[in-house]
Design a protein around this ligand. Structure first.
Ligand SMILES: Cc1ncc(COP(=O)(O)O)c(C=O)c1O
Length: 431
């Protein structure tokens, strides 16, 4: 299954490169917005994380158009955890998107980029009390609570401040095994379980509090979804829960927050879906809900994953008993190995031949960030490879391990600017 997904992603990437987009092949070489990868790395070295501003803008346009076309008012909150690079996040902020954060650190970053508190949704299974207090005082648009202790804390904060605090509640409806996402198995640390009655109890606590009011129901269950049936099933479960508690308690919950979990854009399109169709099908179960309702979605990966490639050089090639290896200079210091990563590796110089290489990193770890990849032609030290789908959960999850977190740049209309400069031993450890 996973291997098939990887093969699917590889062939979709090859197709993408034949089109005239920001990432394309020209004269047998991979180019990013008017610059050949070979030229890009000359002054900067490898590994190098390269974002295309055009692709980020295009992805924003897709999401915004989907929101505009929807029958429901939709607020898009970029999940900041997907990318912390200020130059990239600024593109999203300037385009008018909102933001979702999970900690005070992310919140302060969002504020530095220019998001106002009213553009911020606060999530996370456990939040520091001082962060919750700051978020309330600053006036963020929504805090989704995930435990009774958070409800207690916010209630006493409301009492102390002498005002009512609006909150959302994250629920875990527990869907069938096929439709259930990795964030919401039974016993998950996230949110409140619906079947056990915990979610209804939490809603009652909020509804009966003199210092809290329930603004939203939130559910984030998925990662890397390419078909909307799972999101749709989640929406069905959320609507069912909402109807029940509204009827039982005589309240109205105006906001439905469906989180993120959408796949990378070009892969979604390769699966025959667009974000607009995805939204339409996901929100279909809301038809018939009484009154004005607002929808929040929190895409991370969709907006930035396919907007960056990590350029990396082959350091060594070898043949072992069962396979050929091309060992490269990008490791988990920029490509964290994750089950849900979709890294696709291709040589930057297209050459004849079809030899299957395992792409491994330079680190002394048996697990590799980049899975088995087909690279054509003979590989040798110094050859340049591009790892696509490197825009989400790479820099934000990167670590100085073996080598520092590498340089990152933004290419915009044939010019590049710095996003991040790697730190020397002096800068990282000696001050
Ligand atoms: C609550 C919440 N919202 C949004 C996201 C973004 O998800 P994605 O990048 O898959 O769209 C996440 C990711 O873990 C999340 O936990």
């Amino acid at each position: 299954m996973i291997r098939n997904q990887r093969l699917f992603a590889s062939s979709a990437t090859r197709r993408l490169l034949t089109q005239d987009g920001p990432f394309h092949v020209e004269g047998g070489e991979v180019w990013i917005e008017g610059l050949s990868c070979r030229e890009i790395v000359k002054p900067l070295g490898t590994p190098l994380l390269v974002y295309s501003a055009a692709r980020v803008r295009d992805n924003i346009a897709e999401v915004t158009a989907a929101a505009d076309a929807s029958a429901w008012p939709i607020r898009i909150h970029f999940a900041l955890k997907a990318c912390y690079l200020v130059g990239v996040v600024s593109l999203l902020q300037q385009a008018g998107l909102n933001v979702e954060v999970i900690s005070e650190y992310e919140y302060l970053l969002a504020r530095r980029v220019g998001f106002s508190p009213a553009q911020v949704v606060v999530n996370g299974p456990a939040k520091r009390p001082e962060f919750l207090e700051r978020a309330v005082i600053d006036g963020v648009s929504l805090i989704n609570v995930e435990s009774l202790s958070e409800i207690d804390f916010l209630e006493s904060l409301g009492r102390r401040l002498g005002r009512t605090i609006e909150v959302g509640i994250r629920i875990n409806p527990i869907l069938s095994r096929r439709l259930r996402g990795p964030f919401a198995p039974p016993g998950s640390k996230f949110g409140f379980d619906v079947p056990s009655g915990e979610a209804a109890t939490a809603v009652k606590r909020i509804a009966r509090s003199g210092f809290l009011s329930l603004l939203a129901v939130h559910c984030h269950s998925y990662t890397r979804q390419y078909r909307p049936d799972a999101h749709r099933a989640c929406a069905v479960a959320v609507v069912k829960f909402l109807r029940r508690v509204e009827a039982d308690l005589g309240i109205r919950i105006p906001v439905l927050d469906f989180g993120g979990g959408f796949g990378a854009r070009y892969l979604m399109e390769a699966h025959g879906q667009t974000f607009r169709q995805f939204m339409r099908e996901t929100l279909d179960p809301l038809v018939g809900l009484a009154g004005d309702r607002q929808v929040i979605v929190e895409p991370g990966r969709y907006l930035v994953n396919d907007a960056a490639a990590c350029l990396t050089s082959v350091l060594a090639c070898k043949r072992t008993a069962h396979r050929r290896w091309a060992l490269v200079d990008a490791g988990r210091n920029i490509l964290p190995p994750r089950e849900n990563a979709e890294y696709v590796v291709m040589p930057c110089q297209v050459s004849p031949g079809r030899t299957q290489y395992h792409v491994g990193d330079f680190l002394c770890m048996p697990s590799e960030p980049v899975p088995l990849s087909l690279v054509s032609g003979p590989m040798g030290p110094g050859d340049l490879l591009a790892v696509f789908n490197a825009g989400a959960y790479t820099f934000s999850m990167a670590q100085d391990f073996g080598e520092p977190i590498p340089n990152a740049i933004l290419v915009d209309k044939g010019e590049w600017t710095w996003l991040f400069k790697k730190r020397s031993v002096e800068e990282r450890f000696m001050r």
